[in-house]
Write a protein that binds this ligand. Sequence first.
Ligand code: NDP
Length: 337
Amino acid sequence: NKQVILNNHVSGFPKESDMSMTSSTIELKVPHDSNGVLVKNLYLSCDPYMRPRMKKLEGSYVESFKPGSPISGYGVAKVLDSGHPGFKKGDLVWGMTGWEEYTLIATPQSLFKIQHTDVPLSYYTGILGMPGMTAYAGFYEVCSPKPGEYVFISAASGAVGQLVGQFAKLLGCYVVGSAGSKGKVDLLKNKFGFDEAFNYKEEEDLNAALKRYFPEGIDIYFENVGGKMLDAVLLNLRLRGRIAVCGMISQYNLDKPEGVYNLMTLISKRIRMEGFLVLDYYHLYPKYLEMIIPHIKEGKIVYVEDTAEGLESAPPALIGLFSGRNVGKQVVAVACE
Ligand code: NDP
């Protein structure tokens, strides 16, 4: 059983040498006193929240990875054997699994059974999985959006951002995204239908850039990056603006988070800034599927993935998230059904 293990707790930017490939033996059967499931992993998901898990965490909603043990994360898998009444051999599932070829999942209650198989299976790491639910809950439940509002999204071409922008367009909002390369800016405008997009790395003054795209100000900011971008947005919000704090990837590799200086605008502009975790919204998953599956089939929502091939490519793919190497949702294809 080939595995990717974390070698050590990480500080600063993660490196490939923080992880290594190893292999162990595994019996391809569930032990008879277990109600777990044994799965063959097909696709693994690289997600930014995995970076905090590479260090020692205290009081967090997620657990640290254990040095010497396989990395865990979301994935799509096929059940090979089951000691749980809810799952049987041959079922396709998505949820928490290991970065290895085969995983014995001791608590399968949190796995989702895949019902729709006439869409790419890898979508269950993205649009039909955790990032999809994040975009859906974050936009519709946290942002309180209304047609015609001005919406700004950072890390807009990524797994979550590309969907938030398309949801906002479907609702009739004016949508602008920021991303880190010309290719990504083109994607935002030409593939995802954003009204405007800009490369934040080419802007010396983010405040001026936002004023250019939002002369009347921003109603909704879908926050994925934090730091300087957040500070600039705070100067450009409209009265009763909203900030959905989804993530702050620019801060994840810093020992000390950067200062944010313009928070007082929250008071004068009566702004609501709300953090959220997708974990609190999974009860909406069936409702989300009902909405999103027809949209995918009718081509009303598109999804761009960046697929790395083979378990060996998982460490560089994960690290690539923090320099923006991924174009769209970063997936690792591990095996065929
Ligand atoms: P993406 O697919 O967007 O990948 C990460 C992207 O972040 C990179 O491609 C890069 O794009 C951008 N980035 C990396 N470093 C920086 C930096 N220093 N400054 C600005 N941008 C940077 O990831 P996801 O869509 O999966 O996640 C987006 C955000 O949502 C993350 O902050 C993540 O932690 C958060 N999240 C939160 C959840 C929740 O429950 N609250 C659940 C899931 C995700 P570029 O080239 O544009 O710089």
